[in-house]
Ligand binder design. Structure first.
Ligand code: G3I
Length: 302
């Protein structure tokens, strides 16, 4: 196959991309995105600040621009993200306790209700664990509502849209030896044991010199899958975009039957949140980088 999406589909997987609504009018960008990918994540437009700018007043204008473009171009959509300490609107940042807990529940119901039956996977909770060696939860206003906030989010999400796969999504959980990885693993194992509804774990995979790719990523994916959840690479970018690392990541996903697919976090280097690291598959002029060819070859089985 000659495109990333079609090549991934040979094994029943997808190859996705993060899309920014305000870039869709750039024809180079839109042409590559429409041609190469078969899954879309909104880079910012489905986040809390974008979808509920005032409490109880939902706004889906930008989110629907991304969603409609994806569907019109034959792509499925990952939802990102419903409960997160970051990109909270100012009204939510100032809430605490039971008021914040209820606002989180209302937010999940509002956004998942709007897209009910239309989203393949939702990142229900994003980045809830601390960096470093503690293995602790991240301190946040949501965490301070009580340690059960994550399972409440997942139970709410299951009721709001039973057809969506419900994911926990985080970064620096790719290396099996990291404390954060082990902490998330313990939470997922506990959720599965107690029947908390969780279907998938998203590994963001923002690799750079500070958080490098390690070949034990495959072990991580296998161990999580063995708990009875699907896994996905959800926000892939790699500093310098070495072709070998890109193909290693793709091969790690292909080696795990429960790995649903890979999403890269932008189209061209100039579209990246880390554009100075030139971490993506396309140059600024839209031409394919060597990492693109490595990924395509890996998806094609070789
Ligand atoms: O839209 C405003 C614009 O009106 C304003 O003029 C401009 C000035 O700074 O800011 C614009 O908003 C920015 C937004 O991106 C859209 O470009 C925000 O400041 C900026 O913070 C925001 O950054 C996003 C970041 O999440 C926020 O946390 C990145 O685009 C996005 O790639 C990044 O994505 C995250 C994932 O959601 C979660 N995992 C990590 C990943 C990378 O940080």
């Amino acid at each position: 196959e000659s495109t990333l999406g079609a090549a991934a589909a040979q094994s029943g997987r997808y190859f996705g991309v993060a899309i920014a609504a305000n870039r869709l009018s750039d024809s180079t960008y839109a042409t590559i995105a429409a041609r190469e990918f078969n899954s879309v994540t909104a880079e910012n437009e489905m986040k809390i600040d974008a979808t509920e700018p005032q409490r109880g007043q939902f706004s889906f204008t930008a989110a629907d621009r991304v969603y409609n473009w994806a569907v019109q171009n034959g792509k499925k959509v990952r939802g990102h993200t419903l409960a997160w300490h970051s990109q909270q609107p100012s009204w939510m940042q100032s809430l605490s306790g039971s008021t914040l807990r209820q606002a989180m529940i209302d937010h999940i119901n509002g956004v998942m209700g709007h897209y009910k039956g239309k989203i393949t996977q939702w990142d229900v909770v994003n980045e809830a664990f601390a960096d470093g060696s503690s293995g602790a939860r991240r301190d946040s206003n949501l965490q301070r509502t009580g340690n059960d906030w994550i399972e409440v989010a997942f139970r709410t999400a299951r009721a709001a849209d039973p057809s969506a796969k419900l994911c926990y999504n985080d970064y620096n959980v790719e290396d099996w030896t990291w404390a954060k990885t082990q902490a998330v693993y313990a939470m997922v194992r506990d959720f599965k044991q107690r029947g908390v509804p969780i279907d998938c774990v998203g590994f963001q995979s923002h690799f750079n010199s500070g958080s490098p790719y390690n070949s034990n990523f495959r072990t991580t994916l296998q161990n999580f899958a063995a708990l009875g959840v699907d896994v996905a690479v959800t926000e892939l970018d790699i500093q310098g975009a070495p072709a070998s690392t890109y193909s290693n990541v793709v091969n790690d996903c292909l080696a795990v039957s429960r790995c649903l697919g890979v999403t890269v976090w932008g189209v061209r280097d100039s579209d990246s949140w880390r554009s100075d690291q030139t971490p993506l598959l396309f140059n600024n002029d839209g031409s394919k980088k060597s990492a693109y060819t490595a990924v395509l070859n890996a998806l094609n089985g070789g």
